[in-house]
Design a binder for this molecule. Sequence first.
Ligand SMILES: [Zn+2]
Length: 251
Amino acid sequence: MTSTLPSSLPAAEARSGAVPSAVPAPVSVRIRQRLEQAGVPFLANDNIAEHLLDGELDQLEIEVAGKVRELLRSLVIDIENDHNTEETAERVARMYLHEVFKGRYHQQPKIASFPNVKKLDEIYTVGPISVRSACSHHLVPILGNCWIGIKPGERVIGLSKFSRVADWVFSRPHIQEEAVMILADEIERLCEPQGLAILVKAQHYCMKWRGVKEPQTSMVNSVVRGDFRHDPSLKAEFFELVKQQESLLMV
Ligand SMILES: [Zn+2]
């Protein structure tokens, strides 16, 4: 007579008929429960770093690697015998958690701001700043450039800090329109400018590599806040400065 016990029951428990002991919930489940209890959103482009406990990111890396291994198996790739994909699962897990999506799991880089003691109020632009992201829909790259225009307010930050914060914000799964808004929110929080303008031009690999396969199409969008929104001449000056910065690239 064949056994009707589920094959997943460990042999000893199967023999004794005991109920399997509770397996601890995967770390991702524990983190999700914590976020839900705190009412904290964890959409693809949200940062959850401050809700992770010590050591959880390492545990998450192990869990994600396991799931990627299962994905490769489901894609019928012989990871046991294929020397090229043998450690792909571990690489992908590290890449997602610590590189391309680090802006979800890691804290914002330390960015010091200083009082605007000289009361500077002339606008300036910084760019191009390279931005790299992935679309939330397919998880394939979005690569582009960003320009930031500032009319200083109470505080100022160093020029290189704009690159750091942009990299942190864009290193999440995104749609471009939301990425620009989130970057604007972060810059406003950091230096409370009187005016802020951001322009992003990016190529989307979900249009180039798949789908319609348009190799040249790009998406351009911008956000203008404060004085850039209220004063059309200031807004025009921002776009003119960006044009000049772009022409420098041709030299
Ligand atoms: Zn896509």
